[in-house]
Ligand binder design. Structure first.
Ligand SMILES: [Zn+2]
Length: 341
């Protein structure tokens, strides 16, 4: 199924989301994309374009993203913290230049540099200066062990030191089979945050806790670190958000879409100690006959979960506007937009 909203998508938007979602959004986790920078071959395994059915566009730049936002969040304006899609084999320089061009002159939107762990400090420093990036986006694909990697396997310490010197953001999708429940990840985060206090960390997907249990296990140990922030892209369980809203600083929780990923129709599912995104093909295989089997955009499941959790907490307009806009603005720019630092 393509990107265009189905009857079901429209119904969920109208019945559950249209009145809830503020008019101004800041997407703290969104990718730009161009097949031109993908160096994989079409038959590489795993395939590089898994999201193609959900988002069949060869290029997602500023204008395409605006069209996607208009389609999925009609009537909303959306500022962005943008970075390149994490192709396994990627033309880093081309993709980073493309990213920078998509946010040029678009403040308060900002861009992050996709980094390989073998990049030198000089290279990263000069690209940051040249392109005006606000931070770094490492990823586990580029570490030697893409599953068990530690933070410094994705972003070696000299680059963290550079980020500290420049006061940069690090967009961190944690590695490890247990995510933030991995003892090594917690120790590394606490150690790095102590030694490099000027780095602002976005622990993406609620510290890679699309389901509640990894965060439950570690939240008491990370909650008081002032440089940790959290985007809730790809989180579709309201209990994850309830956990965050009750135990993390509310001014450091941010909305994100992970587009083009969360244009996929489906949801995150939790099982045992694991989780995975259930997509249209998976649901078609299950072929549930006892209910309406049509899925909606994963990002709508995130918003439904957020609406429920916000309702449980009884948050008002100010908290909702901060979660969907102000917190990300202050994460990126330090203060503003209108409610002070
Ligand atoms: Zn992402």
């Amino acid at each position: 199924m393509g990107m265009e909203p189905t009857d079901l998508d429209r119904r969920i938007w109208e019945e559950e989301l249209a009145e809830f979602l503020p008019s101004r959004l800041f997407d703290a986790h969104v990718h730009c994309f161009s097949e031109a920078f993908c160096l994989s071959k079409p038959d590489d395994d795993p395939p590089e374009h898994k999201m193609t059915d959900a988002c069949p566009m060869p290029v997602i730049g500023r204008d395409e993203l605006t069209r996607i936002y208009d389609m999925v969040f009609p009537g909303r304006t959306v500022d962005r913290l943008l970075f390149g899609w994490v192709f396994r084999r990627v033309d880093f320089d081309g993709h980073n230049a493309f990213t920078a061009a998509q946010v040029a002159g678009q403040a308060p939107s900002a861009g992050l540099m996709l980094v390989h762990p073998q990049f030198t400090v000089d290279k990263v420093a000069s690209e940051i200066d040249h392109h005006g990036f606000m931070g770094l986006k490492p990823y586990r694909w580029y570490a030697d062990d893409e599953v068990g990697c530690r933070i410094t396997d994705m972003l070696p310490e000299p680059l963290i030191e550079l980020a500290n010197d420049r006061g940069l953001i690090v967009m961190m999708h944690l590695g490890g089979r247990l995510g933030i429940a991995e003892e090594q990840n917690v120790r590394d985060l606490l150690d790095l945050a102590t030694r490099y206090p000027n780095v602002r960390w976005d622990l993406a997907h609620m510290a890679r806790s699309s389901i509640a249990w990894p965060l439950e296990r570690s939240i008491e140990r990370i909650r008081d670190v002032p440089s940790f922030w959290y985007d809730f892209s790809s989180v579709t369980y309201s209990d994850v958000l309830t956990l965050g809203f009750r135990h993390l600083p509310l001014d450091r929780i941010m909305f994100g879409t992970d587009f083009p990923c969360d244009l996929v129709r489906g949801t995150m599912v939790s099982f045992g100690l694991g989780w995975e995104q259930l997509a249209e093909d998976d649901i078609a295989r299950l072929a549930p006959a006892h209910c309406d089997p049509r899925p909606t955009y994963t990002v709508y499941e995130t918003l439904r979960a957020a609406r429920r959790a916000i309702g449980f907490e009884g948050f008002g307009k100010k908290e909702i506007e901060d979660i969907f806009y102000g917190n990300a603005y202050r994460f990126i720019h330090g203060s503003g937009p209108d409610s002070g630092p």
